[in-house]
Design a protein around this ligand. Structure first.
Ligand SMILES: [Zn+2]
Length: 677
């Protein structure tokens, strides 16, 4: 039988391997270069099938691993197939599930037969074998199935990569046998990590088998960009000209441009919707971050060149407002736009290949796609980039206590993060537990609970929050969005280099957030994003907070973080929200700054190293002070403040002192037994 896809190359670029092709699945004709939105759970997050058709999607990617666990194959057999089940008339490609099983942290057994793991739905043991994967994909009724392969990190040693490749080849033959005469197409996956001899061997072996197309596997899992591009070129060149080539899990618009140039036809990636959730839009002039306050009054569309419904009907100001208020519609509008942007980009690449003008288009786009918010650059990034080297790491060192507890020390100031106590213990007690984080996640509310982690450091506080969310048995009604701010990420980078000493980092989140600025959990509803640089420049761009973990270096090291002005801008971002801020400091002048900024201030719980800490509440939060067991500062604190010889924050001028004093003296919380809020 010839290829089930009737694949045809229509044109190839003159000075690169870029090509324009077409093929036909059981559900229609498909043009390449092709982008496939990811619909892991038989839905592309935030988009209806009508949205997807309008955006120009022709093939969706679904995942056999997730769908066989839930809803289960019986549901697909009842409905006939995934098309009828999700009301999608066009094509579907299913991944085999191999990659997901190999990504499971533990509790899986891999052998020649397949991989056995425990279901995250009901705890049952499940065997995923090449035959079982094909049976699942046939039941799901996808148009293009993937053969189950063995995934190892692309940085694996030669012997490990070779063994994985040989087993992948045996599984490929079993997958073809399991498919039999079924009309669905089946792709093989070329492995071989970053070894040229293995890539040759794998392509040589698999291309002798009757597959309908080939995926380039084992890239985008640990290697650098240069390495990935080199092996994409190599792997694509080794594949037959007359069958489609698919690069799995890649990538940004720029990555797609570079891979099309190297001869790849098909892509899938979650980036358009994941970044939409963070307020990021891809546009004809580069990336925009719609969180940023610069868009507050902007009447322009997200992208004036775009014809999507978002750009036709809505302003940047409205999208910015929705993102700031964590409204679901905000990221849905951006997801609609971003998916359309990807499809338009693929369509333009195709047109330029057909017109034989691809090289000029590539050179122009390579510059544009790399631009980030150039209309309103957030900060000079060049200087920060240069700082990302060994000398940056030397700004910090690791201190180990006699008990073996590691902490990060800032060399210049000598200041230790969470000094004198196990940082993980303090992070939990001072921030997560005191904030009643788990209870707040159980509140019924459609918006995610936004936690500002100010002064991320080695990510102790962020990870304490994430682990509390992932570890609880309680049903959680709200998603968690941790927004970390860090001036100098070298502290986390150093801790990750010595991760064996920092158990809280044994989790996929920290390295991911450091590398790409965001991490999203697979199973729990957790999003973690990082703003790198000066907090005061970024705070207006972040979604408004419900909880704030205030953990920068002390006023001695980082005075700007403890000024009246800084707390005023934080207070302004909280608006009418029920927001609480927790910090380790119990300093009189810090409390005066918070009071002056408009917060109601209370005594925080003691930690191992401090008899007292501080919490600050917006007026809306102060209404719940009793229920939450908060103790407000009272007249006795006011008397102590009057006697203090360091009453005023550093940024308050002589002439401003009287006004601040009058404001504090007049606050409701100091009138004994006064009603607050
Ligand atoms: Zn648009």
């Amino acid at each position: 039988m010839t290829s089930r896809l009737q694949f045809r190359v229509e044109a190839t670029a003159r000075d690169s391997a870029a090509r324009a092709c077409r093929f036909r699945t059981l559900h229609g004709e498909v043009l390449t270069p092709l982008f496939m939105p990811v619909g892991t759970q038989a839905t592309v997050k935030g988009l209806t099938v009508e949205d997807l058709e309008a955006a120009g999607s022709h093939v969706l990617l679904a995942n056999a691993y997730h769908l066989l666990l839930r809803p289960g194959l019986d549901v697909f057999r009842r409905f006939g197939d995934i098309h009828r089940f999700m009301n999608w008339r066009r094509s579907v490609l299913t991944d085999s599930g191999g990659y997901q099983v190999f990504s499971l942290p533990n509790d899986r057994v891999i052998g020649e037969e397949g991989a056995e793991f425990r279901s995250y739905v009901d705890g049952a043991r499940v065997l995923l074998s090449p035959e079982r994967s094909i049976a699942a994909q046939l039941a799901i009724g996808s148009d293009i199935m993937m053969a189950m392969d063995v995934c190892v990190p692309s940085t694996s040693e030669h012997a490990v990569a070779a063994a994985a490749m040989h087993r992948t080849h045996r599984w490929a033959e079993r997958s073809l046998a399991a498919r039999g005469d079924a009309p669905q197409a089946l792709f093989g996956i070329v492995q071989g990590a970053c070894f040229e001899d293995l890539r040759h061997e794998s392509a040589g072996h698999l291309t002798r088998l009757p597959f309908d197309g080939f995926a380039i596997g084992g890239l985008a899992v640990g290697e650098g960009k240069v390495e990935r591009e080199r092996f994409t070129s190599l792997a694509a060149a080794l594949l037959p000209r007359d069958l489609p080539r698919y690069l799995m899990g890649v990538g940004t618009p720029l990555d797609l441009l570079e891979a099309v140039e190297r001869g790849v036809d098909m892509f899938d990636c979650t980036i358009p919707s994941v970044l939409a959730r963070q307020g990021v839009a891809f546009t004809s002039t580069g990336r925009l971050n719609l969180y940023r306050g610069v868009y507050k009054f902007s009447e322009e569309p997200v992208d004036a060149e775009c014809g999507c419904p978002t750009c036709s009907d809505y302003s940047r100001a409205y999208v910015h407002h929705l993102i700031k208020t964590s409204e679901a519609l905000g990221w849905q509008l951006l997801a609609k736009h971003n998916v359309r942007f990807y499809h338009d980009l693929m369509g333009r690449m195709r047109d330029h290949v057909l017109a034989d003008t691809f090289a000029a288009y590539r050179d122009q786009q390579r510059f544009i796609l790399a631009r980030a918010d150039e209309d309103n650059p957030p900060m000079p990034t060049a200087r920060r980039r240069r700082g990302r080297n060994e000398s940056a790491l030397e700004r910090f060192r690791i201190h180990e206590s006699p008990a073996g507890v590691a902490s990060i020390v800032h060399r210049a100031s000598g200041e230790m993060m969470h000094g004198g106590i196990d940082p993980a213990v303090e992070a939990n007690a001072l921030y997560v537990e005191q904030a009643h984080l788990v209870a707040r996640l159980a509140e019924s509310n459609d918006a995610p609970l936004v936690v500002w982690d100010v002064g991320m450091g080695a990510a102790h506080n962020a990870m304490a929050a994430i682990r509390a969310c992932e570890g609880t048995e309680a049903p959680l009604a709200r998603a968690l969005h941790v927004v970390s701010f860090e001036h100098d990420v070298a502290s986390l980078r150093l801790a990750l280099r010595h991760a064996v000493k920092f158990p809280h980092l044994h989790h996929p989140g920290p390295s991911r957030v450091l590398r790409s600025g965001a991490w999203r959990s697979e199973t729990a509803a957790v999003l973690w994003t990082l703003f790198e640089g000066d907090f005061r420049l970024h705070l207006a761009a972040a979604p408004a907070p419900d909880l704030i973990f205030w953990d920068p270096f002390s006023a001695k090291t980082d005075g700007a973080m403890w000024t009246l002005e800084c707390f005023e801008s934080v207070f302004a971002e909280c608006g009418e929200r029920d927001t609480e801020l927790f910090t380790y400091s119990a300093s009189t002048v810090v409390r005066a700054a918070m009071l002056g900024a408009g917060f109601v201030v209370g005594r925080g719980a003691p930690t191992g190293r401090r008899p007292e800490t501080t919490l600050a509440m917006t007026p809306a939060a102060a209404r719940h002070a009793d229920v939450r067991g908060r103790t407000l500062l009272g007249p006795e604190w006011l008397a102590q403040w009057r006697r203090s010889d360091a009453k005023f924050p550093l940024d308050v001028s002589r002439s401003g002192e009287a006004a601040l004093a009058a404001r504090i003296e007049g606050l409701a919380q100091f009138r004994a037994a006064a009603l607050v809020g």
